[in-house]
Design a protein around this ligand. Structure first.
Ligand code: NDP
Length: 240
């Protein structure tokens, strides 16, 4: 008794997920952290944390992690469907296996994540889904073809979910960041695309910190349940 509602985050082992885990934990929330790298989640050393080695492609694993954490800390009131990879590449030479992986993680993985908590939120008529899209879910780039496809998918699903879930008082926030300093570029296997991305980043004066994204998510979550920030589109000032 006495603790704040449980918050769940996929992709909590690095970058934006990790920063968001820290922000909600500092605000007093118990957290369910899910990712494949357990050591990285353990290293965070957060109190009241349930850590689960989960691949978001495994629907049952997410559901089991949610069940375990809810047994300890009560219902998940915020789910951040954040896990994703960016296999950016020239589509003309990208191996199809890279599309498969990106589509499975960024689209089906997001649906698996939502599925694990949506019914509970509807029953309670309370909850917040934060959906990780990207600026690449609002505009396209020539060497982001399938990545853009996955993020447009998240955008469309989020908007449809928002319409569907509004009647249940469940909030859906879609997040569309530009360049944020994280480990996301480790997913880019195409050298030329990676070099182009890095030189564009230098031109825009670098990316911005994941802690800024985390603070915005926390601020949106902390508004009264009847108030919804529908979309957070945060980019470096020089990113066009
Ligand atoms: P990171 O690479 O630092 O973080 C990605 C996270 O996703 C890691 O915790 C990783 O954990 C997790 N992840 C990847 N695949 C899986 C999987 N199959 N199952 C479970 N977890 C998985 O990059 P970011 O923090 O930048 O990325 C987070 C999200 O933000 C992504 O969806 C990305 O597309 C999006 N984004 C990032 C932007 C940026 O500029 N950084 C801009 C716009 C959107 P592990 O490997 O341990 O499983």
């Amino acid at each position: 008794m006495g603790h704040k509602p449980l918050v769940a985050i996929t992709g909590a082992s690095s970058g934006i997920g990790e920063a968001t885990a820290r922000a909600f934990s500092e605000a007093g929330h118990p957290v369910l952290l899910m990712a494949r790298r357990m050591d990285r989640m353990e290293a965070l050393g957060l109190p009241n944390a349930v850590l689960r080695q989960v691949d978001v492609r495994d629907r049952d694993a997410i559901a089991a992690a949610v069940r375990d954490a809810e047994a300890e800390f009560g219902p998940v009131d915020m789910m951040f469907a954040n896990a994703g990879i960016a296999r950016l590449a020239d589509i003309g030479r990208q191996p199809p296996e890279e599309w498969d992986e990106m589509i499975d993680i960024n689209t089906k993985g997001v649906m698996n994540t939502v599925h694990a908590v949506m019914k509970g939120m509807m029953d309670r008529r309370h909850g917040t889904l934060v959906m990780m899209s990207s600026i690449a879910g609002r505009k396209v780039y020539p060497d982001h073809t399938v990545y853009c496809g996955t993020k447009y998918f998240v955008h469309a699903v989020s908007e449809s979910l928002r319409e569907y879930l509004s009647a249940y008082d469940v909030r859906v926030v879609v997040l569309s960041p530009g360049v944020i300093e994280t480990e996301v570029l480790s997913g880019v296997l195409d050298e030329e695309t990676l070099e182009n991305y890095k030189s564009n980043k230098v031109k825009m004066g670098g990316g911005i910190g994941a802690d800024i994204v985390a603070d915005l998510i926390l601020n949106a979550y902390q508004l009264p349940q009847k108030a919804l920030v529908q979309e957070i589109c945060l980019t470096p000032t020089r990113q066009t």
